[in-house]
Design a binder for this molecule. Structure first.
Ligand code: KG4
Ligand code: ZN
Length: 369
């Protein structure tokens, strides 16, 4: 299909895009309309599979994606009640992520799109996360404060692989500007490493979130490095090192109340700095809407702090439902529909690559900025 006819299709009401996601340890497929209505969203998680290794094993992830992708795509079409003939384009995550894992989704998407005679649209996973707030889910997945934000907005993207603040002027990659990112570990990576140190298994985020609710953060005062710096950059590896040192000296806390308090202190330190810098960035840019996304945006303390910090400064906070925060293919389908509506599609030589297309301002490592 030519780009022009793809554009016409996207402008027509009721455009439907099949999205495919395989960048890390979730195999996903979804059908979403051009205005963000989620007709189906199937996520096959490999978390249990990787838990026994304490983290994602890339080769195992690729093999599981290859096994799962066919059934997951079929389930997404079935649940949406459509065949491929009723799909207007196939969108796929082609960056950033584990290249072997991405390749499975990209090859599947190429095969399906070519066979069905539909346009192929590559999507940057991070753009998917940044636009996930526009997904319209029915029923239990919906959330009261997921009122869509107005452009421009400032978004915190915090996941297992990335943590950064973006200014988003319009719904496409070229209009997403990084304002600052982590200099070392991603926030989710810090949750996972601390979870492992405390013997909570993989992934650490949800387990720490649960335990922190009953802990007393004031028993172990922790502050994230760079929390008071004026930049929108973060650093989380020092927090992990502090907890690693404690564990090396005294062992992981065996008393449940103490364990909960260490979780509460760590979570407080991470969420304090994330919420604070998000609202400061919005103020610095004169932007009235803030958004969160990525797996760490599922964290209850972070969600609450962002709501409160935004309200205290007269900003609007758009907090997507949990299913839109963690990895899913619906956000990829939607970001693909937006590209299609702009007249953009990709050729059959679309490549999988580990790096994001979004320009970066933060370098990893120490040094003056
Ligand atoms: O966005 P995501 O599903 O995958 C990536 O693109 O990385 O994020 C996964 C990350 C993991 O590090 C996981 O521990 C973290 O999100 N996570 C959480 C919570 N749920 C998932 N972190 C803190 N609190 C949670 N409730
Ligand atoms: Zn992600």
């Amino acid at each position: 299909m030519s780009v022009l006819s793809a554009m016409r299709a996207a402008n027509a009401s009721g455009v439907r895009v099949l999205g495919i996601e395989s960048s890390c340890d979730e195999t996903g497929a979804a059908v979403v309309t051009g205005d963000g209505v989620v007709l189906s969203d199937v996520v096959e998680s490999q978390i249990a599979r990787h838990a026994e290794h304490g983290g994602v094993v890339p080769e195992l992830a690729s093999r599981d994606h290859a096994r799962n992708i066919g059934p997951v795509v079929r389930a997404a079409l079935d649940r949406a009640g459509v065949g491929l003939d009723a799909i207007d384009a196939v969108a796929v995550t082609h960056r950033p992520g584990l290249v072997g894992a991405l390749l499975v989704g990209v090859q599947a998407a190429k095969g399906i799109a070519w066979g069905a005679g539909k346009p192929l649209v590559g999507v940057d996973h991070l753009v998917g996360h940044l636009l996930a707030v526009f997904l319209r889910r029915g029923g239990e997945g919906a959330s009261a404060d997921a009122e869509p934000p107005r452009f421009p907005f400032v978004a915190l993207l915090a996941s297992g692989g990335h943590t950064a603040i973006y200014r988003v002027d319009a719904p496409h990659a070229g209009a997403c500007t990084e304002l600052g990112a982590t200099r070392d570990d991603a926030a989710g990576e810090a949750f996972d490493k601390v979870g492992k140190l405390l013997g909570l298994g993989y992934p650490g985020g949800p387990a720490i979130d649960r335990l922190a609710a009953t802990g007393d953060a004031s028993r172990f005062p922790l502050v994230a490095p760079m929390a008071h710096a004026r930049s929108f950059e973060f650093s989380f590896s020092g927090l992990k090192t502090r907890i690693a040192r404690q564990v090396a000296e005294h062992g992981a806390p065996s008393d449940p109340a103490e364990l909960a308090s260490v979780c509460a202190a760590f979570q407080k330190a991470v969420t304090d700095v994330l919420a604070k810098k998000l609202v400061l960035a919005a103020e610095a840019h004169g932007v009235s809407d803030v958004v969160i996304g990525g797996g760490v945006a599922a964290n209850r303390e972070l969600r609450q702090k962002v709501r409160e910090a935004a309200a205290a400064r007269g900003l609007r906070a758009a907090i997507p439902p949990l299913a839109s925060c963690t990895d899913n293919a619906a956000m990829i389908a939607y970001a693909g529909a937006v590209r299609l509506a702009r007249g953009e599609a990709d050729a059959w030589d679309l490549v999988a690559t580990s790096q994001t297309s979004l320009p970066r301002v933060t370098r990893k490592g120490r040094g003056a900025r």
